[in-house]
Design a binder for this molecule. Sequence first.
Ligand SMILES: [Zn+2]
Length: 325
Amino acid sequence: MNKNLVSFTQLILFVVISQVLHAQVPDVEMPRLEQISESVFRTVHRPGAANSNVIVTDEGLIVFDGTCRGAGDPTWLKQELGRLYDVPVKYVILSHDHEDHICDLHVFDDTAVTVSHALTRQHIIREGRNTSVPDVVFDEEMEIHLGGKKVVLYYFGPTHTNNLIQAHFPEEGVLMAPDIARAERSLALPDFRDADIDNLIETLGVLGKLDNVEIVIPGHWGVTNQESFFQYRDYVVALRDRVLEEMIAGATIEQILERVTMDDFSDYGNYDIWLRPNIISMWDKMYRYREPNRDGPGGEDSGGVYQDAYPLGFSVGDSGAGANQ
Ligand SMILES: [Zn+2]
């Protein structure tokens, strides 16, 4: 067989196989920047991974968060931004300390100032997060001005974590609000481990009414709008009330897991996966939130329900129910 013919056949085979392989990979697997508004872009990459956003100005770029390990991560983003723009990244903003939102953002340290809430910096250092240690921190509100554009950073107190912030670009009506809005296909968070429930509920109301917001970019999945704050608030309030009601009636965590179904929210994404940790972590929050009656629900002798239920399967011993506390 002619050598050139073999090469040609191999080439055709290669092209065909490449096309078949490529066709099997959804577009979302190929990282790219999706334009959200005139100056704001979102990195589209692995389904469900944390969003990474970019604000473009004539004098430099602002990066808000970075997704962890894999397609579309900060190393890719840096190459892509270098290819597309002739201005450097001047600011990197960290939404909160959870590592899946801030991985590897130190790749921008050569040109950028890293900004976060003051408490985020503390968590990053304590946990040894794989990211850029913030150079500039703030407590309540901060403005960044670059290339004639203004980005406002808000902190409304402890919510999803004690350090979560939002970035608002009012000129184009964009609010970046990771892990606090109901996203397209997600309840927003798997559990309430770091959360302050009361202030989370209050802040969801504030964010839902913030002026100059047309588009909300959540922490995962595609863009949404301010209604997503109210939808998430409805879920958190219902979950809190249902768990609390069962606890007051004397139900154990095992009984609560059976009884609290949240079926009316079953169209919320990740419902099957996250309902159990949502209930358990809400139960844990409510345990710390209330002290039951001395003799248990209804005044009957509870046999030690006052303290013994916590932690799970690990008795704290004699409740001392006879003593004044
Ligand atoms: Zn988070």
